[in-house]
Design a protein around this ligand. Structure first.
Ligand SMILES: NC(=O)c1ccc[n+]([C@@H]2O[C@H](COP(=O)([O-])OP(=O)(O)OC[C@H]3O[C@@H](n4cnc5c(N)ncnc54)[C@H](O)[C@@H]3O)[C@@H](O)[C@H]2O)c1
Length: 397
């Protein structure tokens, strides 16, 4: 089935992500059935859609008639069977719980037409595991939107072990139809692209703090004002939620024990109920609003450490066939708001410089997680050091 065959969409879960996904699907001209565990939650989701569309009308992004037509394309439906019975494409946005999602996938598979693709908006769970809960694993795919989906341009399309190329292609085309920028995650690794690269960078900041090498303010100042990231690392971690950051880092560490050591600073905060912005306190106190990160400390942390860990993380993704450099750079620019992607950065810094810096940190801190990815070592040994040599992650004319 090509994207042209996707007319009828079913959305499972009408919460923060589900309502927004329903909204953008309907705004793109698709018919959408949305369900949740009860009418009250469905109605709440629908009200949020209306509120958001009204903002678009106020800002003249869409006309009133377009809003009315989009709303008319949305149906609130009770039960999976009725929600998915005529769907070409189902997207699940229920809570992040593998057993719950597997149950949902099993039931959807029973009721959806054989042609239907079943996608999950999961941020961390295995698409392969969700596929195995169905009799159509080749039609199960990840479609990872970023929050808020109405505004964030990136969609990671994630292939599980059994996902067919056709399913991935249809999902990529559907994302384009929604006006999004899709990137293809070719292997089902934890964190996909954006959260994987961010995971390495978070780790670097957390360990530097833990080792007493720099303060929260020095690191965030360098990250924000030297690297130009939209938020400091500690600020972003608080914003995402420290419970989520802690569990993501544990998952990455269990998958890649040699590369990611769980930083000891986050778990005690979670245990103390300091979850970041949502609980009012995390690395920062949020009770009085967004933290002010001091500009004058930007030179007091070596920002190259953040760059080289991001570049090494990106190299692992390329090395393991998870994604190509273009998609990694697009993902970090559109999903994390970086002005340059890590592969572009590596080529600009010089991959020989990156490898030397990683080795220096590995020796100085006696920490094997700085080990340069074999891909970087290979490129450097071939003289592919980036822009200067006209060959690195990219080839230059
Ligand atoms: N919030 C984010 O920033 C974000 C970003 C990207 C991806 N995600 C992923 O999106 C998914 C949903 O997250 P969210 O933030 O929207 O959560 P949420 O808690 O806001 O919404 C989940 C909704 O699912 C409903 N639900 C629970 N059990 C259900 C069931 N059995 N059948 C149908 N609906 C059910 C809940 O009532 C709720 O309305 C998760 O997998 C999450 O990891 C979240």
């Amino acid at each position: 089935m090509s994207e042209k065959g996707v007319n009828q969409v079913a959305v499972i879960g009408a919460g923060s992500m589900g309502h927004a996904i329903t909204q953008i699907m309907a705004m793109a001209g698709l018919e959408v059935s949305m369900t949740d565990v009860n009418r009250e939650f469905m109605q709440k989701g629908y009200d949020r859609i209306k509120w958001s569309m009204e903002k678009f009308v106020e800002k003249r992004t869409i006309r009133q008639e377009e809003m009315d037509a989009a709303l008319a394309r949305i149906k609130l439906v009770d039960g999976y069977a009725n929600t998915v019975s005529n769907a070409d494409f189902v997207i699940e946005a229920a809570p992040e719980d593998l057993d719950l999602k597997k149950k949902i996938f099993h039931e959807i598979d029973e009721h959806a037409p054989p042609r239907a693709i079943i996608a999950s908006n999961t941020s961390t769970l295995s698409i392969t595991a969700l596929g195995s809960a169905t009799k159509r694993p080749e039609k199960v795919v990840g479609m990872h939107f970023f929050n808020p989906p109405q505004l964030m341009p990136l969609v990671e399309v994630v292939k599980g072990a059994a996902t067919s190329d056709e399913t991935a292609h249809t999902t990529v085309e559907l994302a384009k139809k929604l006006g999004k920028t899709p990137v293809l995650v070719r292997k089902d690794v934890r964190g996909f692209i954006v959260n994987s690269v961010l995971g390495y960078v978070f780790n670097e900041a957390f360990w530097a703090l833990h080792r007493g090498e720099a303060t929260r303010d020095q690191i965030d100042s360098a990250v924000k004002y030297k690297a130009g990231f939209p938020m400091g690392i500690f600020e972003l971690a608080d914003f995402v939620g420290l419970d989520i950051v802690d569990s993501a880092s544990k998952q990455m560490s269990s998958e890649y024990a040699d590369r990611v050591k769980v930083p000891p600073v986050v778990e005690p905060m979670v245990k103390a109920g300091k979850l970041g912005q949502k609980s009012g306190e995390g690395f920062y106190n949020w009770k009085t609003g967004r933290p002010r990160i001091p500009f004058e400390l930007a030179d007091e942390f070596d920002i190259d450490r953040i760059y080289v860990t991001a570049i090494n993380g990106a190299a692992w993704l390329v090395h393991e066939g998870v994604a190509v450099p273009e998609d990694i750079d697009t993902a970090m620019k559109f999903g994390a708001g970086w002005s340059s992607g890590p592969c572009e950065l590596g080529d600009r810094m010089g991959l020989d410089t990156v490898v030397a810096k990683l080795k220096e940190l590995q020796t100085k801190l006696n920490d094997p997680s700085y080990k340069p990815c074999p891909l970087l070592e290979e490129y450097v040994s071939k003289g592919w050091t980036g822009r200067q040599s006209k060959r690195g992650f990219y080839t230059y004319a």
